[in-house]
Design a protein. Structure first.
Length: 212
């Protein structure tokens, strides 16, 4: 059982079923992408659960009522390149008005530290709730660096959403950004010596884009 209130493990059977299909090494690129899209939609349901609603006056065929709405553009979905992009489509299908940002990081081969090479986020971040997305929270180094950078734009809140993580990734994120809620479909056993999550699903970017 996970007692940390900042770590949201989404155990819904539909999410778990689709994740299992994605993990299989014989899943084709097209089915991996389709499942990622579906999983992203389902996970968006959880990650937006506490979104603010505004009541508006409408008329049903029966009578007038006040009904709740959300303001999608208050959300800034920030993809960590390149694998985060695979999650965006599904999220935008359920919150089409959301704004989108991208942040690119690579790992310096000498220092092994993440280096930013691209940063473009919506204007007026201080009016928005940021959801940073990357399928894998592995070492946590890129995600932590991305969130450190995004904090400088002063969004109203920041959440992090991934498909898979591991104890090492959670510890890294919780240590650096204890205010950031993590949403994940699985917490796997461990990180291997090459920084891959075990049992994991392999290289998420390669599996989404068919590059290997
Ligand atoms: N990135 C991936 O794509 N897979 C992992 O297992 C870890 C990091």
């Amino acid at each position: 059982m996970n007692a940390d209130p900042f770590v949201h493990h989404i155990t819904h059977p539909l999410v778990q079923h689709k994740l299992t299909l994605m993990r299989r090494k014989d899943a084709s690129t097209s089915s991996f992408r389709r499942l990622l899209n579906e999983l992203s939609m389902l996970m968006t349901y959880e990650v937006t659960r506490d979104m603010e609603v505004t009541y508006i006056d409408i008329e049903t065929p029966m009578e007038a009522m006040r009904a709740p709405t959300i303001d999608g553009k208050k959300l800034a979905l920030i993809s960590i390149l390149r694998a985060g992009t695979g999650i965006l489509d599904g999220m935008l299908q359920v919150v089409p008005g959301a704004r989108v940002g991208h942040i690119g990081m690579y790992r310096d081969p000498n220092t092994l530290q993440p280096v930013e090479y691209f940063f473009k986020v919506p204007q007026n971040m201080e009016e928005r709730e940021a959801i940073v997305v990357d399928p894998m929270l592995a070492t946590g180094n890129s995600a932590v660096a991305a969130i450190t950078r995004i904090k400088k734009t002063h969004p109203r809140s920041i959440k992090f959403m991934c498909l898979l993580t591991c104890p090492e990734g959670i510890a890294c994120m919780r240590g650096a950004h204890p205010d950031v809620h993590i949403y994940t479909a699985a917490i796997d056993r461990e990180l291997n010596d090459h920084g891959y999550i075990m049992p994991g699903l392999g290289d998420a970017g390669d599996r989404i884009f068919g590059t290997k």
